[in-house]
Design a protein around this ligand. Structure first.
Ligand SMILES: [Zn+2]
Ligand SMILES: [Zn+2]
Length: 349
């Protein structure tokens, strides 16, 4: 089968012919019909995260090996079943939960997302920029109802990540404000899913006027350019004394400082974005202002079940999706890197 693989860190993906996997045991082979392009693909291609101060952590240190087929927002049709696979039939259309654990470690028994040796599709094992993907078990496959296929795939990462982060802010009230920083694919998902998770008013911060406009049209209570001088003052005014929570979908020093500055006492800041580097954090600020700083990354299988139930019930408004042929994956990654993508770009075979 044709697959687009990362063969050298920092380079374009390479179109390669590889053997089509044959499902064994409980495995299910899925013929891919669409795969969303994610900002984390840029980090995976680069091969390291910037920890600031010249420090880097490489993906090789974290267990990623090349060559690897990237792509983790996968939708497709069941093509073949291993002898012990059950719960789906050939031809069933499904979105794939890619955040799969080893199933054997102590942390997997508590929560698969905490796994010490993850088998994440498109990040540790071969993913969706290909004709087929091998899924270890049918429990990772979800019916997406009447949602268009190119939109359905986005729930596996951008939707799920946003849902998980929204749950991490804890329970807010209707008179609370929640600030979402960054209105790219994941941030916009957060805005669209927020009413299903929290009654709080949502304010969106982004430097790009086009993305702010889309946010306003997608239900934001207000929008703000967080890069302007006085942005923290402005957000304090907009939130009448500070936000109860902020979710940072960028994860850069400036957005973290903005998010922490936007909070009222007792507020929660959740970092999702992996832009990188570090900040100078005055430690007494956390106890003085009773702040919580949390990290969130993708989501759990249970959260995927909850999110897909909301999606099938029509409770998640669609986000803008553009499709491109999978053969253009490198051009599409370049556009994503240049900030040219509004909503999600989804590749189709
Ligand atoms: Zn992703
Ligand atoms: Zn594990």
């Amino acid at each position: 089968m044709r697959s687009y693989q990362l063969t050298r860190w920092g380079h374009d993906l390479e179109a390669r012919e590889v053997p089509t996997p044959a499902p064994k045991g409980a495995e299910v082979l899925v013929r891919i019909t669409a795969c969303g392009l994610c900002h984390s693909d840029l980090h995976l291609r680069q091969g390291y995260f910037d920890w600031g101060g010249g420090r880097r952590v490489t993906l090789e240190e974290r267990g990623m090996r090349l060559p690897l087929t990237l792509g983790h927002e996968i939708v497709g049709a069941v093509a073949a079943l291993g002898a012990d696979a059950a719960g789906v039939r050939v031809g069933d259309a499904r979105v794939v939960f890619p955040w799969i654990g080893c199933g054997a470690c102590d942390l997997c028994q508590r929560d698969e997302l905490l796994c010490r040796k993850p088998r994440h599709l498109g990040a540790r094992t071969d993913g969706g920029y290909a004709e087929y993907v091998l899924v270890p078990h049918a429990r990772y496959l979800f019916d997406y109802g009447r949602v268009p296929m190119a939109l359905a795939c986005t729930y596996a990462c951008s939707g799920l990540t946003a849902y998980h982060a929204l749950k991490k802010v804890g329970s807010l009230r209707g008179d609370d404000c929640l600030v979402l920083i960054g209105a790219g694919g994941v941030g916009l998902s957060g805005l669209l899913i927020a009413p299903s998770v929290t009654p709080a008013r949502v304010i969106v911060a982004d430097k790009d006027p086009k993305k702010r406009q889309v946010a306003l049209e997608s239900g934001a209570h207000a929008v703000i350019d967080n890069t302007l001088p006085g942005a923290i003052q402005r957000i304090q005014e907009l939130t009448a004394g500070g936000a109860a929570a902020a979710i940072d979908f960028v994860g850069a020093p400036a957005t973290t400082e903005f998010g922490l500055g936007a909070l009222r006492r007792g507020g929660t800041h959740v970092i999702v974005g992996l832009y990188g580097s570090s900040i100078d954090l005055p430690l007494p600020m956390l106890p003085h202002r009773l702040l919580d700083v949390r990290g969130a990354n993708v989501g759990t299988l249970t959260e995927m079940q909850e999110l897909m139930a909301l999606v099938r019930a029509g409770r998640v408004p669609p986000m803008p999706v553009t499709t491109r042929p999978m053969a253009q994956v490198n051009a599409a990654l370049a556009d994503l890197e240049a900030g040219k993508v509004v909503g999600r770009c989804v590749l189709t075979p």
